[in-house]
Design a protein around this ligand. Structure first.
Ligand code: ATP
Ligand code: MG
Length: 456
């Protein structure tokens, strides 16, 4: 096999080990991905040398996982994980091995790996070491456990999630024996730490075929067996709803990968939208998967805005009159501007991005008379959004201090309320976002309040 460039760069590590009488090979993802002609993520090495022997040869190292035999060797700036050949035993509660034994046989090391395509190694000269038929399985598009599938999943139940992830990502069929074992042992997933599931789930979402991975995850039964409950609604798309904004995964034939720094969160968003997750579901999902608070808030707020806009749009299209009626468009604009103000522009833009990029259900669905409306909806909302002179307090042309000084009033709860009104008026375009106009309006609102006899 021809080594990928990234692997060639790691050759000095292998050569150094070999020069001292040890065996060393490329293993895992880099071998699989190179064989498949895909770009590789990281280069991992395995060796017959013990961790102490590796450390002695490479002064520039980090002892990342000595107990499991892993030393990270730094060459120039690139870190390489060098792991001593090992076998595992006494898996603790379907999770991880309690003990590892260092061995000198590469074949024994490959035997402890999860799938045949992950149990291949390549030597420095390009020779493929493939005792379990990984290359053949890749050629026939099959994902298969190394050896006995029941045993593999009982040893480490996370492998079931990995199976679904790899099958989705690489468009593989899961071998019948492996699939049956997976269905049988799905309940063991409750022994796996949610963080590990979360990390795999994110890899599913940032891969090239998240749709397949998610569908398999649901079909396999794994969804129901996580230690912390995941919203079951993930499995069933909402169909009782007359306005189903997004095409379900099963109906989409195109894959969705979006050029973005955060493809995984956009893919999560799409799942939330097609499954009709509520903001509470979204919150629960990211909480269970142990994702950062900022991601969780972002996701659940976006779903909350989606819920709100779904109601507006449904109301809008259910009427008798033509949807192009100018007055009715004003209602839609009004609802949308309010939604942008209440949820914030970044959240509104997330949702709008989804509306613009994900296929809408209503376009091809003959039952909707409003197909034209749905077609123009994203551009319409985009136009309204861009027409907003201001979307938050920071963008307002006057500050609280300006208003206080202008009205010669001490600060108090009234001020926040007044500023909110100014923001709303300016955002809706009923007044210009310029200081003189806003201060005039503040004065007018203040005197109205006084004439109503309200106290502060
Ligand atoms: P990715 O492209 O996601 O990095 P990978 O195959 O490199 O895929 P890693 O998690 O980096 O996955 O693991 C590297 C290798 O270690 C795998 O190819 C596999 O051989 C082995 N491995 C990883 N996790 C497990 C596991 N839970 N059980 C058995 N073998 C595993
Ligand atoms: Mg890897």
């Amino acid at each position: 096999m021809k080594l990928a460039q990234e692997m060639t760069r790691a050759l000095p590590v292998i050569e150094t080990l070999q020069a001292h009488g040890y065996e060393a090979v490329f293993v895992g993802g880099c071998v699989r991905d190179t064989y498949m002609g895909r770009p590789i993520k990281d280069v991992d090495l395995a060796t017959s040398a013990t961790p102490e022997q590796v450390i002695a040869l490479f002064p520039n190292h980090i002892p990342t996982g000595l107990k499991h035999g892993t030393v990270t060797v730094l060459m120039v700036d690139t870190p390489y994980e060098v792991t001593t050949y090992r076998t595992e035993s006494e898996y603790e509660q379907f999770r991880r091995p309690q003990a590892v034994q260092f061995v000198t046989s590469l074949e024994a090391d490959l035997l402890r790996r999860d799938f045949t395509m992950n149990a291949m190694a390549v030597r420095a000269d390009g020779t493929l070491v493939d005792p379990y038929g990984g290359a053949k399985d890749i050629d026939s598009g099959i994902l298969r456990c190394v050896g006995d599938a029941d045993a593999r999943f009982q040893e480490d139940a996370l492998r079931m999630v990995r199976a679904v992830r790899f099958a989705g990502e690489f468009r593989l069929r899961i071998a019948l024996g492996t699939w049956r074992a997976l269905r049988r042992h799905a309940p063991l997933l409750r022994h796996v730490a949610m963080e590990r599931i979360g990390a795999e789930a994110d890899k599913m979402m940032s891969g090239s075929h998240p749709r397949r991975a998610v569908v398999l995850f649901a079909r396999s039964g794994l969804l129901a067996h996580a230690k912390e409950p995941l919203p079951l609604r993930l499995t069933t798309a909402e169909t009782s709803n007359p306005y189903v904004p997004f095409v379900s995964f099963e109906e989409t034939h195109d894959e969705f990968t979006i050029d973005s720094d955060k493809p995984s969160d956009l893919n999560w968003l799409r799942i939330g939208l097609v499954r009709g997750l509520s903001s509470a579901d979204a919150e629960q999902l990211f909480e269970a998967l142990k994702y950062a608070n900022s991601r969780r808030t972002n996701f659940s707020l976006t779903m909350s805005l989606a819920e709100r806009m779904n109601v507006c749009i449904r109301r809008f299209t259910s009427g008798e009159e033509s949807v192009y009626d100018a007055d009715r468009l004003q209602y839609l604009k009004h609802d949308w501007v309010d939604a942008v103000l209440s949820h914030g522009a970044p959240i509104a833009d997330n949702w709008l991005f989804a509306l613009e990029h994900f296929p809408l259900a209503n376009l091809d669905n003959g039952t909707y008379a409003d197909a034209d409306f749905y077609r123009m909806l994203p551009a319409l909302l985009r136009g309204f959004r861009e027409g907003m002179a201001v979307t938050d307090m920071r963008g307002l042309a006057v500050s609280g201090g300006d208003v206080m000084r202008h009205l010669s009033q001490p600060s108090g709860p009234w001020l926040g309320e007044l500023l909110k009104k100014l923001l709303s008026e300016a955002a809706h375009g009923r007044v210009d976002n310029v200081p003189e106009t806003l201060l005039q309006l503040a004065e007018a609102l203040e005197s109205q309040r006084e004439s109503r006899g309200e106290t502060r």
